[in-house]
Design a protein around this ligand. Structure first.
Ligand code: TRP
Length: 443
């Protein structure tokens, strides 16, 4: 049963909303530090390679499954084929909880950094001092948790009311603004004295350094960044009317997302080298080097504050898409009211995020294979759950749900899609085999 399922009217509205889900902390916080840790240019090439083959195909598969069935992920699988496939949707709902729990911790950091920028706490170009400030902040047992709570509270407040026009309108203004600001910061970062070393690191691949874990990370991040593998795009596809050309929309979302990631690399990595910081410094990279870039811009405090506010907004639109998967499931399948679903899932996610946050400070001694809880959560979600979800979604779309998802009363991919055969070969064979090989060799 689907009650009052809202629809995006236009392709632009949909593309912006789906891009709002895809573009977030993954692009601006995670991508630059992963590239920094994984050999720069090599990672960039692997990432883009995965995005435009496997990523784009799974994106189209998810949107088509969503639009054909007009359901949440669990209901969507169920509607196309009863039986064990529903478990894939269930896994997606679970992944939504999991990812948002640590995502919200980082979302909290962006809120904290907006305030710290505004109050002048970060106004220095001394990256070591900024590194210490960041380290001190995330190690604090309480401060990051307050911001994590605040981030979840804002997310819940928005989704309780339903994902309405207000958000779509806000995205239309704020996302382009973020884009402009990133452009300005790229320009500044690229012209810093000593930036060339960073540009070379980012653009000149050294394939002798390539290893299996880089390939796994690049694949995992392709899924994370495009919001794939857990049904977020199934949910978005389900809000899509039959007027929109699906392959084109999928290509738009994929391209916008990777453009922002590539730009974020240009914004961060040259600055890292120019200021003499370590590109492999890990999750703090963006938060440590950007304030140093701001300090090199007239009015840097204002730019810095605005940037972190916009980043928080980008993170919120992604968080909404993660929690919507859970909420759509609770409403459609478990018959909870929307406010109830939002509050129950939001609170659970907040609690689940606490260990991730503490693992960067007082719980940092607890590690498995050298990874703290935060890294373990991220690793399990990005490098295992999402690619595994991708295998099943691709197989389902290529074998089980085909040709139902090509066309339907609400439209699927559309029978006029010229590349159906290539897309089907990727879904049936190439994507599942490639993902499986990478997943297994990564273990
Ligand atoms: N893609 C988002 C980012 O890059 C995060 C995200 C939103 C996500 N929804 C998702 C990741 C669903 C995986 C699955 O920040």
């Amino acid at each position: 049963m689907t009650v009052n399922r809202g629809h995006f009217g236009t392709r632009l509205g949909f593309v912006l909303a789906a891009a709002g889900s895809a573009i977030g902390l993954g692009n601006i916080w995670k991508f630059p530090y992963l590239a920094g840790e994984n050999g720069g240019a090599v990672f960039l090439i692997l990432y883009l390679g995965f995005v435009f083959t496997i990523g784009l195909s799974v994106m189209l598969a998810e949107l088509a499954i969503g639009r054909t069935t007009q359901r949440n992920p669990v209901g969507a699988f169920n509607a196309l084929k009863k039986g064990p496939w529903t478990a894939v949707g269930g896994m997606g709902v679970f992944a939504g909880f999991f990812i948002l729990s640590f995502y919200s911790v980082v979302g909290g950091w962006t809120l904290a950094y907006a305030i710290k920028s505004a109050t002048g706490l970060l106004a220095t170009q001394d990256v070591n001092a900024l590194g210490n400030a960041f380290g001190g902040f995330i190690k604090n047992p309480l401060e990051p948790l307050i911001y994590h709570a605040l981030f979840m509270a804002i997310t819940i407040t928005i989704v309780v009311r339903g994902v309405d026009i207000g958000i779509e309108r806000a995205c239309r203004i704020l996302m382009p603004l973020l884009f402009l600001l990133i452009l300005v910061l790229c320009a500044r970062s690229l012209t810093l004295p000593g930036a060339d070393a960073g540009i070379a690191f980012y653009l000149k691949p050294d394939f002798s350094k390539i290893n299996g874990s880089m390939v796994t990370s690049a694949l995992g991040h392709a899924f994370f960044s495009l919001s794939l593998g857990m049904g977020a795009m199934i949910t978005y596809g389900s809000y899509l009317s039959n007027k929109v050309n699906l392959p084109q929309a999928a290509l738009w979302v994929t391209s916008l997302d990777s453009i922002i990631a590539v730009m974020a690399g240009f914004m961060i990595l040259p600055a890292v080298f120019a200021f003499g910081y370590d590109p492999a410094a890990g999750p703090g990279l963006t938060f440590i080097t950007l304030p140093a870039v701001f300090s090199q811009i007239p009015g840097g405090m204002i730019f810095g504050t605005l940037f972190f506010i916009l980043l928080a907004v980008a993170a919120l639109t992604s968080a909404i898409s993660l929690i919507e998967v859970v909420i759509a499931y609770l409403i459609d399948e478990r018959k909870l009211s929307r406010p109830r679903a939002a509050i129950v899932s939001g609170t659970t996610i907040f609690l689940l995020g606490i260990p991730s946050s503490l693992s960067l400070g007082i719980w940092s001694d607890f590690t498995v294979a050298g990874k703290n809880i935060f890294d373990i959560m991220d690793y399990l979600a990005s490098n295992i759950m999402l690619p595994a979800g991708g295998i099943f979604i691709a197989l389902f779309a290529g074998w089980v749900a085909f040709p139902k998802i090509m066309d339907g009363p609400k439209g699927g991919i559309g029978n006029d899609f010229r590349w159906t055969w290539i897309w089907q070969i990727i879904c049936r064979y190439i994507a599942p085999a490639a993902i499986a090989v990478i997943l297994i060799s990564g273990l």
